[in-house]
Write a new protein. Structure first.
Length: 205
């Protein structure tokens, strides 16, 4: 539903989707998570519509026209916020334990992972997996394109109108208006001059 045709279809169906979402608020959270898992069995368009309604029930915030593909796994969705006109493609993994905010007009390609916590390892008396976790909010600003197989780690902010190339591992903040790629990800080029750079220069300045 992310393209123009999908948006038109969404807004025509919005009253019905809102009605289903309202009914799902009566469903206990564990049952809603179970419904999320089995929604992959539904036909494509029906599954997209039902996952949208479930996301409205499960997430802290969910905007309009959000398309979620099959096999997307949600962890701690009550700490997840999703904007409007967002597409999350199949087999992505979203762990919002440390909070995860996805802005408007964001596209996340298939098999990407966003993990908002990291393990510590300082306590040698227990396995690393049992050491305390450190939370770190992930913030994805407006109009970001995340390529397939990207890994975004805890505490990262991705600035607006940026592109994260396929296969990148993002361990630090990415500024607005750039292409970032690599392991770890780094800025390759600027794709858009910032507003301050586009202002006409004054005489003598």
């Amino acid at each position: 539903m992310a393209n123009k045709r999908g948006r038109d279809l969404f807004y025509r169906a919005k009253p019905l989707l809102n009605g289903v979402s309202a009914c799902l608020r009566l469903v206990p959270r564990p049952a809603a998570l179970w419904l999320w898992a089995i929604s992959d069995w539904l036909p494509e368009l029906l599954g997209v519509a039902f996952r949208y309604c479930l996301l409205k029930r499960l997430a802290r915030q969910c905007g309009d026209n959000v398309r979620v593909g099959r096999g997307v796994e949600l962890k701690y969705p009550e700490r997840l916020s999703v904007g409007t006109n967002v597409s999350i493609h199949k087999q992505c993994y979203l762990d919002a334990y440390g909070e995860l905010d996805i802005g408007d007009e964001v596209s996340i390609a298939h098999q990407s992972s966003l993990v908002s916590f990291q393990h510590t390892w300082s306590d040698s008396s227990c396995p690393i997996r049992d050491n305390p976790l450190i939370c770190g909010k992930i913030q994805i600003r407006r109009d970001v394109w995340i390529g397939c197989g990207v890994r975004i780690m805890a505490g990262v902010e991705i600035g607006s109108r940026s592109i994260i190339a396929a296969g990148a591992v993002v361990t630090r903040n990415v500024p607005s208006g750039v292409i970032a790629a690599g392991v770890p990800a780094r800025t390759l080029r600027v794709i858009e001059a910032q507003a301050s750079d586009r202002r006409p220069k004054q005489n003598g300045g």
